[in-house]
Design a protein around this ligand. Structure first.
Ligand code: SAM
Length: 207
């Protein structure tokens, strides 16, 4: 595949691996139970890897639509399925899914969220803050308001560049039908940490 064609696939599928520090800030702030977690659009497993940095009590089901990601996900010990996550089961290991934790393709975020809320008691999505300000999503967000953990630094998803958007972790726990969620600003992350890249071997098939 040419570099241009790979770029088109990347853009079409919204291939933007999550920097580890974004996950670390969430896990420092929010107590999440150990057990079997799901990453339903797992890419190379950047989130799995970041969780493993700080947690030893998590096993994974991972779904990803790009077949070239299978080896990296299996190498991280995840029960892995290469499929369209919107039309396949998410629980691939034993026991119930405790948490769905992901950075979804933004264009499909609502569909992923609707399924995630059915699959697990706790759901944490990394999303642009403007996901919250939408007439189309108002009914869902009013009926099941998330807790909002704002990242005070913009993540760089591609080669040191940011996309001029603010991001937050939106977390849905129990009960879902409460009046409102909480909002907190996560601690800042040092620039030197934010500039750390994943090892090049893990990124080799990403343009
Ligand atoms: C924004 S990237 C994030 C990757 C990973 N969740 C992370 O945080 O590093 C979105 C990922 O969703 C995958 N994807 C897009 N559509 C999908 C679908 N229908 N089913 C499963 N994976 C999908 C893409 O291939 C890409 O790896």
């Amino acid at each position: 595949m040419s570099a241009t064609a790979r770029s088109e696939v990347r853009v079409a599928l919204d291939v933007y691996p999550t920097p580890a520090w974004c996950v670390h800030r969430l896990l420092e702030q929010v107590e999440l139970p150990g057990g079997h977690w799901c990453e339903p659009c797992a890419g190379d497993g950047a989130i799995l890897s970041a969780v493993r940095d700080v947690r030893g009590d998590v096993t994974w089901s991972a779904v990803e639509i790009r077949p070239e990601c299978r080896a990296a996900l299996e190498a991280r010990g995840a029960a892995t399925q290469v499929a369209d996550a919107l039309s396949c089961p998410w629980r691939l290991g034993p026991g119930p899914l405790v948490i769905v934790l992901t950075n979804p393709p933004y264009s499909l975020a609502e569909a992923f969220l609707a399924k995630a809320l059915r699959e697990a008691r706790t759901v944490a999505f990394l999303l642009r803050l403007d996901f919250l300000g939408s007439e189309r999503r108002a009914r869902l967000l009013r009926a099941t308001p998330p807790d909002v953990y704002v990242l005070p630094n913009r993540p760089s998803f591609v080669a040191g560049k940011t996309d001029n958007c603010e991001y937050a972790w939106l977390v849905w726990g129990q009960p879902r039908d409460r009046a409102h969620g909480r909002i907190a600003v996560l601690p800042p992350t040092e620039r030197a940490i934010r500039r750390l890249r994943q090892p090049i071997t893990e990124m080799s098939h990403v343009v």
